[in-house]
Design a protein around this ligand. Structure first.
Ligand SMILES: [Zn+2]
Length: 640
């Protein structure tokens, strides 16, 4: 590990987003998503699946109060992943075992939003919920409504399946976000009290367990960064080092001597430092890998860092859709085997791409690498943005690359493929994850160390760094042009990423090119102009991906494009693109020459060249699909 390459991301308070594209997305989150989610958390949305999130906290706060008064409180079973009117007592916990995390993700997004857009009314709403959360915390610091309401004796008894440490992770991320933007310490104190209990409970000489759904690892590191309490960092490292050791904790805790379960699902099949392939539940995976990267950097742990690099390389080169989606199979919401990337069955959960961005940013903090920064861009501008509708009112959970609405309605195997975005989900992980990422997008643009400021993402912004001020003016998305104005307080190096999609570029100043970055020496106030040639490209996929043989995808800059029925008629599978086509732009569309085969009703017949007619193909950015009603969509098209 070359520690001279280590860098830190630039915190939100030092970066003001001025970019028109991203300001508009952040405004949508602020004005649509956050208020909508607030209503959803309170179960006030007609026709949406119930959340029960706030009502669980109300029940828990009541129980904590009764316990402190010495009153008897009933106990209910904590033995399922989901509880509702059909299977749970009215006074018991309701919803998914991880329901608390939805409230936390909402507060986290509010915190980020307040840092760029103060809003007293919104802040008051968050403060009221924080009061409720704090009054739900048990005297010993424990804070998870499932066990507080249902089974105080069962706390930490099923780390594999029930999500106490996962909810703790989201509590912590929310607390830090809200503290950073408002200075309000109440939720941070609650997170620290819960963290203290976790540190007292787990460790070498204590319970040798670890989270079933990872996130506590990276959350504890973040909490260490804020509080400098070393035990948080030590416990994060303990969770990572203990994971996957044999005999497996999840077996021994149940008195089992044999392996009874598939621990690949939880990335607990072997110790993380010996893992070299992305496996199991994709969101859990990228959250674990993020924590591993955090620990690798802070402890200068070469072996762990190498494991992270191999896993990231496995994802980028074998297991990622062209849209930056990961976790290709719905079975276990998981990574599949190498090159198994079906278009129409893709799971590609929005959260998994959000988590991939978390992981990639941490890897960039270990060493700048343009492939890694390209991956952030790919996931961000395609799968993550696709996760939210243009009006900010509906969301995708799965992000397929080919959709036939009839199949979604009639084929059980494609039940997870929704042809239109949904208002809300009972398991509502994705909408708040999109909200918190968009609201904190500034944290993913740049990193810096003693000598260098790195620009990884070209998002218009004003940045205050330890080396001076930077103003990034970006027309990157439309014409590939960026201007960086620099007002240095001392000499430093500016490094800017050269995106892999760009074959031709010009810089106004002399620079040195290394690892996909251009390095400029900055002595005085100056302006660097960057021009990336942004042409339409046809991209082919490895022929190991069986679904895409003979097909291409159309891209421009960071955007992957797709065809929709509303622009191109039904039966998109009958379309092909002329491989020698020229491309033109028409507003949001890319226009190309192509063909439509004549419809053939007979199921089998002697082969002959298909009759076809010339057509104009209209491609639209993938992230914009399904904003005009239910219709067919595909990313890949046959080329001939
Ligand atoms: Zn999700």
């Amino acid at each position: 590990m070359d520690t001279t390459l280590f860098s830190e991301y630039i915190p939100l308070k030092s970066i003001e987003i001025t970019d028109r594209f991203w300001r508009q997305k952040q405004e949508l989150v602020r004005t649509q998503v956050i208020p909508y989610q607030y209503e959803a958390l309170h179960d006030r949305i007609d026709g949406a699946e119930a959340s029960y999130s706030v009502s669980n906290f109300i029940k828990a706060a009541d129980i904590v109060k009764k316990l402190s008064n010495g009153e008897d409180v009933p106990v209910y079973p904590a033995d399922k992943w989901h509880y509702d009117e059909a299977n749970a007592d009215e006074c018991a916990f309701h919803g998914w075992v991880f329901q608390d995390s939805d409230v936390y993700k909402w507060i986290e997004a509010v915190g980020y939003s307040l840092s760029s857009h103060p809003d007293a009314v919104l802040q008051k709403k968050a403060e009221d919920i924080i009061d409720l959360i704090c009054s739900s915390q048990m005297e010993n610091g424990y804070l998870d409504t499932l066990y507080i309401i249902n089974n105080r004796d069962g706390i930490f008894s099923n780390l594999k399946d029930f999500h106490e440490l996962y909810c703790f992770g989201h509590l912590t991320e929310a607390a830090i976000s809200f503290y950073n933007s408002t200075g309000d310490r109440r939720l941070l104190n609650a997170a620290c009290r819960f963290a203290d209990l976790i540190c007292e409970t787990f460790g070498e000489t204590k319970i040798k367990g670890y989270p079933g759904h990872e996130i506590a690892e990276m959350a504890l590191v973040k909490l260490y960064d804020v509080t400098l309490n070393r035990q948080y960092l030590e416990t994060a490292r303990f969770f990572i080092n203990e994971r996957g050791k044999k005999p497996y904790y999840y077996d021994t805790v149940l008195g089992r001597t044999t392996v009874e379960d598939n621990y690949h699902y939880n990335q607990a099949h072997c110790e993380p430092r010996h893992q070299h392939e992305a496996v199991g539940h994709a969101v859990r995976g990228v959250y674990l890998y993020s924590g591993m990267a955090d620990i690798a950097k802070r402890y200068r742990d070469d072996e762990l860092s190498t494991a992270c690099q191999k896993i990231l390389s496995n994802i980028i080169n074998r297991k990622m859709y062209i849209t930056g989606g990961i976790g290709s199979t719905a079975l276990g919401e998981a990574f599949s085997f190498d090159y198994d990337l079906p278009n129409d069955l893709a799971y590609s959960e929005t959260c998994a791409s959000v988590g991939l961005i978390f992981f990639a940013r941490r890897m960039l903090e270990i060493a700048p690498d343009s492939d890694t920064a390209d991956t952030v861009e790919r996931a961000l501008y395609n799968t993550v943005l696709s996760g939210m509708s243009e009006d900010g009112r509906s969301f995708f959970y799965a992000n397929p690359l080919e959709v036939l609405p009839e199949a979604s309605h009639k084929d059980e195997r494609k039940r997870h493929i929704k042809p239109t975005r949904q208002k809300w989900f009972g398991c509502a992980c994705c909408p708040p994850n999109v909200a918190r990422l968009i609201s904190s997008i500034g944290e993913y643009c740049c990193t810096q160390n003693d000598s260098t400021v790195y620009i990884h993402q070209y998002i218009g912004a004003k940045i205050t760094s330890s080396k001076g001020r930077l103003e990034i003016l970006s027309d990157y998305l439309s014409i590939g042009k960026i201007c960086v104005r620099i007002f240095p307080e001392k000499e430093f190096t500016l490094a800017v990423r050269i995106p892999k999609w760009c074959d031709s570029y010009t810089f106004s100043h002399k620079c040195e090119i290394r690892n996909g970055y251009a390095y400029f020496k900055i002595f005085d106030e100056t302006q660097i102009d960057i021009q990336f040639e942004i042409s339409v490209r046809m991209i082919k996929c490895s022929n190991r991906v069986r679904a895409n043989i003979g097909k291409i995808a159309v891209t421009r800059g960071p955007f992957i494009y797709c065809l929709e029925e509303v622009d191109n008629g039904a039966d998109l599978q009958m379309l092909s693109i002329d491989k020698n086509t020229s491309f033109s732009l028409d507003g949001q569309y890319i226009i190309a020459e192509g063909y439509r085969e004549k419809d053939c009703e007979s199921l089998y017949e002697t082969f002959k060249e298909a009759e076809k007619s010339d057509v104009k193909l209209k491609f639209i950015p993938y992230y914009k699909w399904a904003n005009r009603g239910e219709n067919e969509m595909c990313v890949y098209i046959r080329a001939e």
